[in-house]
Design a protein around this ligand. Structure first.
Ligand code: DLZ
Length: 169
């Protein structure tokens, strides 16, 4: 997916990572940080927290969203199908919870969950040019800027929710 040129210098981003499948997670986090840097998000504006596993991501995301400390959140987890139904149960519930936290709080929540059937599928999506973290970082900046233009804050990125005359500081 293509992203516009974005000025992320005023944007504050929260990353919450699960500890399961640590090397894959670390690679995804590195991808996120690379794209945030590309958008000009200052390092001091990025906070990183961790939780035990993907199941804990929604509550931690909600706490961070309610704190007012960030403009967008990227919860990062890797779920790999095993021998039980754990994967199916967790994937759906975590996904719908993350979506509803964004809707309820108005803080953009990016879908940083890889739900894969095999380790190979995870590697293909967490490394190299197809590292999904690269897209998640940009999606977070784009949504944070969209929120600024929709509900206030420094508005350098007009996306049509308010009139042009209201977009100056
Ligand atoms: C228990 C569990 C299992 C089996 N698999 C994963 C996984 O693939 N990815 C992940 O992020 N977490 C996994 N977990 C841990 C749960 O998400 C959760 O942390 C624990 O059940 C404690 O609530």
């Amino acid at each position: 997916v293509e992203f516009p040129e974005m000025d992320g210098s005023t944007v504050r981003i929260g990353i919450i990572k699960a500890r399961w499948h640590e090397s894959d997670i670390d690679s995804l986090v590195a991808g996120v940080k690379e794209s945030l840097k590309e958008c000009g998000v200052p390092e001091d504006n990025i906070q990183l927290q961790e939780v035990p596993g993907s199941f804990e991501l929604p509550l931690a995301t909600r706490y961070l969203a309610l704190s007012g400390a960030v403009d967008a959140i990227i919860p990062i987890g890797v779920l790999i199908k095993g021998e039980t139904t754990h994967y199916e149960v967790i994937s759906e519930t975590v996904t719908s919870s993350l979506m509803s936290i964004g809707m309820q709080t108005g803080i953009p929540v990016i879908f940083g969950l890889l739900t894969c059937l095999t380790d190979e599928q995870v590697k293909a999506r967490s490394t190299g040019a197809n590292n999904h973290g690269l897209q998640w970082g940009k999606a977070a900046v784009e949504m944070a800027l969209l929120r600024q233009s929709a509900v206030g804050g420094k508005k350098k990125f007009f996306m049509g929710f308010r009139s042009e005359e209201h977009t100056s500081e």
